[in-house]
Design a protein around this ligand. Sequence first.
Ligand SMILES: N[C@@H](CCC(=O)N[C@@H](CS)C(=O)NCC(=O)O)C(=O)O
Length: 203
Amino acid sequence: MLKIYHAKQARSLRVVWLAEEIGMPHEIVHMPFNPAALKAEEFLRVNPFGAVPAIEDGGVRMTESGAICQYLTERYGHAPFKKTLGDPEYPAYLQWIHAGEATLTPPLGAIAQHTLVRPVERRIGQVAAEAQDTFRERMKVLELHLSETGYLLGEDFTAADVMVGYALHLAALLGLMREAPHDVGNYWARLQQRPAYQRAVAA
Ligand SMILES: N[C@@H](CCC(=O)N[C@@H](CS)C(=O)NCC(=O)O)C(=O)O
C-alpha cells in the first residue's frame, strides 16, 4: 500500500489530498515537524533531504510534492482528474502543477520563517514584508486564470488544483487569504468544500 510520510500543515498535505481525490488507499506515517524527527538517521534513509513529503509505493521512493502528485496521478488517476499529453489543457496543467510549488510557495516559506518559525532574534521583518508583496503580486496572476466557477483548468478539478490549493492553504494559515482577490477567494472557498481536502486536513 502507498505509504505517505506526512506532517500536519506541511506540503505532504498535497499528497494526502491527492490520494483522497483519486481514491487511492494509503497509510500515513505521521512525522513530528522538528529536526529531531526529520533529520534522524532512520528518516534520512527515506528522504535524504530530511523533509516531508516522502512516499514509498512498492519499490518507488519519491520526495518532491509536485513530482509525487504527477506520478500518482499518471499511474493511478483517471480523466478528467488527470490530463495527458494529447489534451489541449496539458501545458497549462503542467504549468500550474509546478507553479504551485516553485512560484507560489517560496514567498510563503519566507513569511513563515520570518514571522513564526525562526527564533525572534533571527527574524528579519523586511524579508517577511517583501515576501508578502511578492505573494500578493503572484495572487494577481492567479486571479487572471480563475473565474466565478470551476477550477484552474475550467470545470475539471485536477492535480494542478491540489498543488496550487496547498499554497492557498498555507497562505490562509499565515492570514493572507483575507486579502485575496475576488476570484482567488472564491476558488479557495470551493477547494475547502471538497470532501477529499477536508479528509486530508483531518488526517
Ligand atoms: N520542494 C519540496 C519541499 C519539501 C519541504 O521543504 N518540506 C518542508 C515541509 S513543508 C520540510 O519538511 N521542511 C523541513 C526541513 O527542510 O528541514 C516539496 O515540494 O516537496
